[in-house]
Design a protein around this ligand. Structure first.
Ligand code: PBG
Length: 329
């Protein structure tokens, strides 16, 4: 039979498949999230995130060495602090000598070239487990921003390269940007969690930080998973307010949102392949139902295909090893 078009010609061998590949995953695209914790004296595994640990500052530094050796250029740090330091005002967040600022500055001093992405939200410090201040069961927006902007400044002073507000308060990017500019941190980047959905995929992360809300949920500040247009609105506001990079999370169930935003912004896009998305693959692989490597790689590739420039993923080191050993092309 004569067929003028046979799409399979372009799939016949690896060489031609590589040549016509529309998307590729590179180590340059990967960001490793790291949990650091002041309550431990040596690193400890996180039950609901197989392969991921809570780190001391020292073990985080050793971990960063592995990250750098694989060619990854950025990490995102998340703190866990002593319970007795948590209160309803999240006041430990504004202790300039707190564990988090110390960790940022020690890691920065050890690896000046590694980009540090720091987290801005109250949940690690709040006895309520919310990202903002709570009063009469409501999350108070504007007062929270005052704290967040100071946190951002302290993080920049400690050596963070990229400030990443994950709190979803309205108007915080503007105040953080102005605070940084006023203090001459003109080159500090802001990676805004613009479209952060109220997702059940964050549960292992909350286990890792012991930061589950004591009461209620996060639906009055994080987005409704049903919404698309609202994500574009959030991005447009953050652009105007001074964000440099737009973050969307979760990632793999939200490819349509990543694509929508890609078509509406010229800013680089980060996607966060969150704890539950990672643990789901790990758990299925442990049962022998899926291949961890193949599923992780395909997932990350599809997040890039959706339009992400960079991906935060707990599988960053594993993916980098696969790429560096050319086990995946
Ligand atoms: C909280 C925060 C969360 C994540 C990042 N920052 C959880 C939440 O909003 O409750 C989730 C990341 C993950 O699940 O890997 N500020």
């Amino acid at each position: 039979m004569i067929q003028h078009q046979r799409p399979r010609r372009l799939r016949d061998n690896q060489a031609i498949r590589s040549l016509v590949s529309e998307t590729s995953l590179s180590v340059n695209n990967l960001i490793m999230p790291i949990f650091i914790n002041e309550t431990i004296t040596e690193k400890e595994p996180i039950y609901s995130m197989p392969g991921i640990y809570r780190h001391t500052i020292q073990s985080a530094i050793e971990h960063c060495k592995i990250i750098i050796d694989q060619g990854i250029t950025a990490c995102a740090l998340f703190p866990g602090i002593h319970d007795e330091k948590k209160n309803s005002k999240a006041s430990e967040a504004l202790n300039i000598n707190n564990f988090y600022y110390e960790a940022i500055s020690k890691i920065k001093d050890t690896f000046p070239e590694l980009l540090i992405i720091s987290d801005v939200a109250l949940d690690p410090y709040s006895s309520d487990g919310h990202d903002g201040l709570v009063r009469n069961d409501k999350i108070i927006n504007d007062e929270t921003i005052e704290i967040l902007s100071k946190m951002a400044l302290y993080q920049a002073k400690a050596g963070a390269d990229i400030i990443a507000p994950s709190d979803m308060m309205d108007g915080r990017i503007k105040v953080i940007r102005e605070t940084l500019e006023n203090a001459q941190f003109n080159n500090t980047l802001i990676m805004s969690y613009s479209a952060k959905y109220a997702s059940s995929f964050y549960r292992p992360f909350r286990d890792a930080l012991e930061s589950t809300p004591k009461k209620g949920d996060k639906k009055t500040y994080q987005m409704n998973p049903a919404n698309r247009l609202e994500a574009i609105k959030e991005v447009q506001l953050d652009e105007k307010e001074g964000a440099d990079i737009i973050l969307i999370k979760p990632a793999s169930q939200y490819g349509d949102i990543i694509r929508d935003i890609k078509e509406h912004t010229t800013l680089p896009i980060a996607a966060y392949h969150v704890s539950g998305e990672y643990s789901m693959i790990k758990a299925a692989a442990e049962k022998g139902f899926l291949s961890y490597e193949d599923t992780l790689y395909e997932t990350l590739l599809s997040i890039k295909r959706a339009g992400a420039n960079m991906i935060l993923t707990y599988g960053a080191i594993d993916a980098a090893i696969m790429i560096n050993q050319k086990r995946k092309i």
